[in-house]
Each structure stands twice: as structure tokens, then as C-alpha cells.
Design a protein around this ligand. Structure first.
Ligand code: HEM
Length: 147
């Protein structure tokens, strides 16, 4: 029985990491899309194509991956009793921040599809650094478990 449970845990952890990769890929791609999208005139064919690409990235990659990473991550945490451990509290804080960033990106892609362009390219490129930094901190927290 214990063997089955530990096998299940490893399968869950694999699923977690697979969807973390999809989620992160989407988080890295979207602001790049925004930079190219903003170069096209509002209402042009190019604008319509970017709106469609961003919609697909949201619906096919970003939103499903976010949900799966959270559900499987919480199941893993329950399994190993992580809720009382310091590294997990810090990780939760980081993934909440990353989920907030996800929410901002979804909102900005909807703004772009309404023809509103409120951020400069420079700001978008800067913001693009957020998921990389967050991912590095999260990986160190889960692997090293410093506290
Ligand atoms: C969204 C909510 C998330 C929750 C609740 C969560 C929770 C967990 C838990 C409980 C583990 C098992 C740790 C262990 O077996 O020692 C784990 C593993 C892992 N998580 Fe997450 N996680 C989340 C998101 C993420 C994100 C966004 C990343 C990376 C950017 C990430 C990267 C990893 C890695 C690399 C492991 C493997 C650690 C190991 O095998 O030692 N997780 N996660």
C-alpha cells in the first residue's frame, strides 16, 4: 500500500512539473506577444491575428496550466504535510504573486483586444523578467528547503 502511495506521489510530482513548464512557457511568451501586438495599428488585420493568438494562449495553455499546477501542488503539499513547513509558506507567497502576475497578463491581453494600450514596450520588457526571477526563487525553495 505504502509503495503504491509513494508511486502515486511521484506521478503527481511529474504532472506538477510538466504543467509548471507549460505555465511558465505561457508566462514568458505572453508579454513578448504584447510587445509585437502593440506595434500593429488598432483594428488592422495584424491586430486581429494577435488578439486571436493571445486568446488561444490564454485558453489552451495559461489558464488550464495554472489550475492544474495549483490543484496538483496542493495535493502534493497535503501528502507530505507541507502546510506546517517554512519553505512551503515562502513558496505559497511566491506562487500567489506569480498567480497575480498571471491575472494581470490576462487583464492586459483583454485590454489590448479592446484597443487600449496603456503600457510602453520598455515597461513590458521589464515586467517580462518577473516570472524568471520568481521561478528561480521557487525552485531554490523547493529543492534546498532553506527553512
Ligand atoms: C501553484 C501552486 C504550487 C503549489 C501548491 C506547489 C506545491 C509543491 C509541493 C508540495 C511539492 C513537493 C515538494 C517535495 O516533494 O519535496 C512541489 C514540488 C515542486 N514544485 Fe511546486 N507548487 C506550486 C507551484 C510551483 C511553481 C510555479 C514552480 C516553479 C516555477 C514549482 C516548482 C516545483 C519543483 C521544481 C518541485 C520539485 C521539488 C523536488 O522534487 O524536490 N511549483 N510543489
Amino acid at each position: 500500500m505504502n509503495e503504491i502511495l509513494s508511486m502515486l506521489y511521484l506521478w503527481l510530482k511529474s504532472a506538477h512539473l510538466i504543467f509548471v513548464i507549460f505555465w511558465m512557457a505561457g508566462l514568458f511568451m505572453m508579454p513578448r506577444f504584447f510587445v509585437y501586438h502593440q506595434e500593429s495599428p488598432v483594428g488592422s488585420d495584424e491586430d486581429a491575428k494577435w488578439i486571436e493568438r493571445e486568446g488561444k494562449l490564454r485558453k489552451i495553455i495559461l489558464n488550464p496550466s495554472l489550475v492544474i499546477v495549483w490543484v496538483v501542488g496542493l495535493a502534493l503539499a497535503y501528502d507530505i504535510g507541507a502546510f506546517s513547513q517554512g519553505w512551503f509558506h515562502a513558496k505559497l507567497l511566491m506562487v500567489l504573486a506569480l498567480s497575480g502576475y498571471h491575472g494581470w497578463m490576462i487583464a492586459y491581453s483583454k485590454k489590448l483586444s479592446r484597443g487600449e494600450r496603456t503600457m510602453t514596450d520598455r515597461k513590458l520588457r521589464l515586467v517580462n523578467e518577473v516570472p524568471g526571477i520568481a521561478a528561480a526563487v521557487i525552485v531554490i525553495l523547493v529543492i534546498i528547503k532553506p527553512f
